[in-house]
Design a binder for this molecule. Structure first.
Ligand SMILES: Cc1cc2nc3c(=O)[nH]c(=O)nc-3n(C[C@H](O)[C@H](O)[C@H](O)COP(=O)(O)OP(=O)(O)OC[C@H]3O[C@@H](n4cnc5c(N)ncnc54)[C@H](O)[C@@H]3O)c2cc1C
Length: 379
């Protein structure tokens, strides 16, 4: 979010300073791990689709400008429809995806279980499951996306202070361990650390959850798992607390990345356990991989934790700080924000430069929580 906002502000000729406690792209927050799904019909709610459409345009623009590969089209499969289908971010993910596709005329097909097994041989759906196949669904390379936007921002003259920690924001004075900076406007996009910087005004709005990404080696030839034969997928698997999602084998690896979700144990970015145990790997494979995908072995080549920063409605916060109109909050977006980050960065720049953004951000207001009373995430 910060890289996109910096780049877009710099492009508009603003004098901008970027501050980060590490040196992005890095693996301590929420934007690492080789790949992120992007799709256009958004199951979390059709109001996200304009953000995804605009982001796809910007990702392609950035690719043309830099010659770097950011977004690879693989097609995307959302499987669900079982009477006990697990939620994924929201309960009716598949239904909302289809609704959004129809509303925005997103090219797609509805497949029955037999079609899925025939076209994508690694997938093993139950007979009563169906699939939504979206042609434009792709994966993004998050580290490269961050890097190119920061590089372009620097080329436009932006200064980026790495290894500099913001300690407090007082009005528009940004106090860091490397001195205090005064700005006309401040954008806070601190990912899973966001609550540390917003204080009581946003207490309890965000919860941080540790999630784990697993790379399991595949048996036999890699071809059935490579782009062309294997789409990105989201699966509301039956009889589970949450769904799973995954990616094809890329970058010459003989392994696919798969992840699930948990909303039971909260953590914080400073205290999170960054080690993944053998038990976690075995449990993931036995419960969430082997019953659904053929020829994916228990051999885990890597497992990496990452952090979701979640609101109670699984939505975003893009709004001014209560009591301080000069400070704009851009949240880490409840585990589904990367695909939208290019457009959110642009919207932030438009808000700051023009006073309004071309995209409607009203669904991301903070007062939807404060007006109704805050309660823990219901996921
Ligand atoms: C496992 C996992 C899978 C996901 N899958 C998808 C997906 O498939 N598709 C999708 O669209 N989204 C996905 N997401 C969500 C998406 O990755 C996030 O919404 C997005 O990356 C959040 O970016 P951010 O810039 O808000 O946070 P971050 O990338 O964490 O950036 C926050 C930055 O703030 C800096 N910072 C924090 N505090 C301070 C401070 N005090 N001083 C200075 N700097 C500070 C940090 O160093 C960091 O660089 C996933 C997330 C996870 C964890």
């Amino acid at each position: 979010m910060g890289a996109a906002a910096l780049y877009q502000l710099a492009k508009r000729g603003k004098r901008v300073l970027g501050i980060d406690r590490f040196a992005p792209p890095h693996g301590f927050g929420s934007s690492h791990g080789q790949s992120r799904i992007t799709r256009l019909a958004i199951g979390e709610g059709a109001h996200f689709t304009p953000l995804a459409l605009r982001s796809h345009d910007i990702w392609r623009e950035l690719e043309r400008e830099t010659g770097r590969a950011l977004m690879t089209r693989t097609g995307g499969l959302v499987i669900g429809g079982h009477k006990d289908a697990a939620p994924l971010h929201v309960a009716n993910f598949l239904e909302q995806t289809i609704k959004a596709a129809k509303r925005y005329d997103i090219r797609h097909e509805i497949l029955d279980a037999r079609d899925i097994r025939r076209r994508f041989t690694a997938f093993n759906p139950r007979d009563d499951e169906i699939g939504y196949y979206e042609y434009e669904a792709s994966f993004l390379r998050p580290e490269t996306c961050v890097e190119v936007q920061l590089d372009l921002a620097r080329m436009h003259g932006v200064e980026i202070r790495e290894s500099t920690r913001v300690l407090d924001i007082d009005g528009t004075d940004v106090k860091t361990d490397g001195g205090t900076f005064h700005a006309e406007r401040v954008v806070v996009s601190a990912g899973p650390w966001i609550s540390d910087l917003l204080g009581v005004a946003c207490e309890d709005v965000f919860r941080v959850y540790r999630q784990v990404m697993f790379w399991f080696e595949v048996d036999g030839p890699a071809a059935p798992f490579q782009p062309g034969n294997f789409p990105i997928f989201i699966w509301q698997i039956p009889n589970a607390t949450h769904g799973i999602y995954g990616f094809p084998a890329i970058d010459g690896e003989h392994a696919i990345k798969i992840a699930g979700e948990q909303y039971v144990v909260t953590t914080s970015a400073d205290d999170v356990n960054r080690h993944v145990s053998e038990e976690e790997i075995a449990h993931m494979h036995e419960r969430h991989v082997a019953p659904f995908l053929k020829n994916v072995s228990l051999r885990c080549v890597r497992a990496v934790p990452c952090l979701y920063t979640v609101t109670q409605d699984a939505g975003f916060v893009v709004d001014t700080m209560p009591g301080n109109e000069q400070v704009l909050i851009v949240s880490a977006c409840s585990g589904h924000g990367f695909k939208h980050s290019a457009a959110l960065g642009e919207a932030v720049a438009e808000l700051i430069v023009d006073g309004r953004s071309r995209l409607d951000l009203s669904a991301f207001r903070l007062d939807r929580f404060t007006a109704t009373g805050i309660s823990p995430p219901r996921l």
